[in-house]
Design a protein around this ligand. Structure first.
Ligand code: MG
Ligand code: ZN
Length: 274
């Protein structure tokens, strides 16, 4: 387990064991198990990071630190052929070895990404609900997410961040490692099945309702694990929303669409406060 401020970052699936509660109350009392039987009394808001909390794909933003001639089709094709992990590994390696761009400069770049409009207010509102826990499930990485959340002063709002762990070498080079190496789910990349994370959070038995907020196809697996009582919040005008005519029937949960944090606030809060 790698600490991120006062949050806990689970980098390994087996660390999420049934009965381990993720509420701030439990974490703040030492992170141990709560005594007594588990009662499904809480709400979990599990939120994607790129293009859901922050307005852009963090990996694409960081790739823009490379000179224009180093970007383009060849780099884009890497995402299609090998996935985002290979993409960011390649970008960070090039930035460091060829352009002397270290973790400090990368962090500075990430911190400049704007939030999705209205999202900061919504996150603070959700965090203020005593019955609600918030976590991030993201295919970005712990360094980018931590840099951004701390800069905005909202790191403490989240109980946990499930993402690819990153580490800064003594040289200043930033390395990103896979969250896992899974072969169970062919909908997700090998380095992270968001659906497996959501399922294990549901299996804790703590949550009477799970709200999952995301924008892209890598959020579909997570949403497929939601129960009829749960809510999938799909960003309108973005990748996953466009696929819903084909995939909508795969979801058992209630679906809410949103364009920005203001609209999500208006559409989601009446449901979870009902
Ligand atoms: Mg996203
Ligand atoms: Zn999956």
């Amino acid at each position: 387990m790698f600490p991120i401020g006062r949050m806990s970052l689970w980098t390994c699936r087996r660390l999420i064991a049934p009965g381990v509660l993720l509420s701030r109350r439990c974490l703040s009392s030492g992170g141990g198990k709560c005594p007594g039987p588990v009662v499904a009394s809480r709400i979990l808001a599990a939120i994607d990071f790129d293009k859901t909390i922050v307005a852009r794909d963090s990996y694409l933003v960081v790739s823009e630190l490379l000179p224009a001639e180093k970007r383009g089709k060849k780099l884009d094709d890497l995402v299609k052929r090998c996935g985002w992990m290979t993409y960011i590994e390649t970008v960070l390696k090039q930035l460091y070895t060829e352009h002397k761009v270290d973790s400090t400069a990368v962090g500075r770049c990430v911190r400049l990404i704007e939030p999705v409009p209205g999202m900061m207010r919504l996150l603070r509102q959700l965090a203020g609900m005593p019955q609600l826990d918030m976590c991030i499930i993201s295919d970005s990485n712990s360094y980018f997410i931590d840099e951004w959340l701390r800069d905005r002063g909202i790191a403490d709002l989240f109980c946990a961040v499930f993402t690819n762990p990153a580490c800064v070498q003594s040289s200043g080079e930033l390395l990103v490692l896979p969250f896992e190496d899974q072969t169970q789910c062919d909908l997700c990349p090998a380095n992270l099945c968001k659906g497996a994370v959501v399922q294990q959070l549901i299996d804790t038995g703590v949550y009477k309702q799970v709200v999952y907020v995301g924008d892209s196809c890598n959020d579909l697996c997570a949403m497929r694990h939601l129960r009829p009582v749960d809510v999938a919040c799909i960003r309108r005008g973005f990748e996953l929303y466009g696929k819903m005519p084909a995939h909508g029937r795969e979801l058992k949960c209630r679906v809410v669409s949103w364009r920005d944090g203001h609209e999500l606030d208006a559409n989601l809060l009446p449901i979870i406060l009902a």
